[in-house]
Design a protein around this ligand. Structure first.
Ligand SMILES: NC(=O)C1=CN([C@@H]2O[C@H](COP(=O)(O)OP(=O)(O)OC[C@H]3O[C@@H](n4cnc5c(N)ncnc54)[C@H](O)[C@@H]3O)[C@@H](O)[C@H]2O)C=CC1
Ligand SMILES: O=C(O)[C@@H]1CCC=N1
Length: 270
């Protein structure tokens, strides 16, 4: 059990996922979690649902927290943290999950002597299957890095990456659920075309994607080998694979992720 107080400024999708994971994993006593969202009803709903402590202001959360999560949108995070910075204790570790906000920009706002972690989670955190990258600045101790990784592991998987890899992380996991949802939607549309009721089509498509992903993670086999296992000679799958190649599935995925990574880089330079 982590004895530290954990604070959240901003309590939307990602904070809810992190708080839900922490509590479900029994990692932190709910009373040690403090939350401030500028929407009063959100604070109250979170306090009611999880028994965590609602704060009156961002400053109050900053004063209480040993680990402070900045979980507002990227366009407001630096202002929100700047306003709260004066209330932080010297040793408080600040974790930002804002896309495109660099460790440098965070240090300029919070002070160059501040322990800061930049993290990039994704929405499957809401169902305990998140993938999160963790990038600490040099002031964060190895023990603290382990604590932060354990927090993110409580609702999925987490790994430490150097900051230059964050654009790849945004492409391959942060934004990735959106492309997979599009793929599932398209597969279900086709199944409906084949006569299947829509609700059943979503279930079949989503379970096929989940099962295929699980095979990659559990067998350690190359995805190409797993694909070959499905393709019977002269069978149905190879017909689908041929059309996917003709229509450029791989190059469409690579080009869209290139655009995603370029946008992530551009946001970091603002
Ligand atoms: N949604 C996603 O897939 C991912 C989001 N992120 C990052 O996570 C951060 C949060 O994203 P979401 O949770 O999706 O956003 P969200 O919009 O669901 O939540 C943001 C929350 O912050 C609150 N808020 C706004 N201004 C505030 C202020 N001045 N003081 C206190 N609360 C304030 C809002 O009321 C809202 O509840 C963003 O910076 C985003 O880049 C990172 C990875 C994935
Ligand atoms: O679209 C975005 O900017 C955020 C970052 C990763 C997922 N959503």
């Amino acid at each position: 059990m982590l004895e530290k107080k954990i604070g959240f400024i901003g309590c939307g999708n990602m904070s809810k996922a992190i708080i839900g994971g922490l509590i479900a994993g029994g990692q932190v006593d709910a009373a040690n979690i403090w939350v401030y969202d500028h929407k009063t009803e959100t604070n109250q709903a979170m306090a009611q649902q999880y028994g965590i402590t609602p704060a009156q202001s961002a400053e109050e959360v900053a004063r209480e927290a040993d680990i402070l999560f900045g979980a507002v949108k990227p366009n407001v995070i630096l202002k929100v943290l700047k306003d709260a910075a004066g209330a932080l204790n010297k040793e408080t570790l600040v974790v930002s999950i804002a896309a495109g906000v660099t460790l440098d920009a965070l240090a300029m706002t919070l002070g160059h002597d501040r322990k800061i972690v930049r993290a990039m989670p994704n929405t499957p955190a809401l169902v305990n299957e998140g993938m999160t990258s963790v990038t600490p600045n040099p002031l964060v101790t190895p023990e603290e890095v382990d604590e932060i990784v354990a927090i993110f592991n409580s609702f999925g998987k987490a790994a430490v990456v150097p900051e230059y890899l964050i654009h790849a992380v945004v492409g391959v996991s942060g934004s990735a659920p959106a492309y997979v949802f599009m793929f599932i939607e398209a597969m279900a549309d086709a199944a409906v075309l084949g006569g299947m009721p829509r609700a059943q089509a979503y279930e079949f498509a989503a379970q096929a994607v989940k099962g295929a992903a699980q095979m990659v993670l559990e067998t350690g086999k190359h995805p190409g080998e797993l694909k070959d296992m499905v393709c019977s000679p002269g069978g149905t799958t190879i017909e689908a694979v041929k059309v996917l190649e003709e229509k450029g599935l791989r190059s469409a995925v690579i080009a869209s992720m290139e655009a995603c990574m370029a946008r992530s880089e551009a946001l970091s330079k603002r």
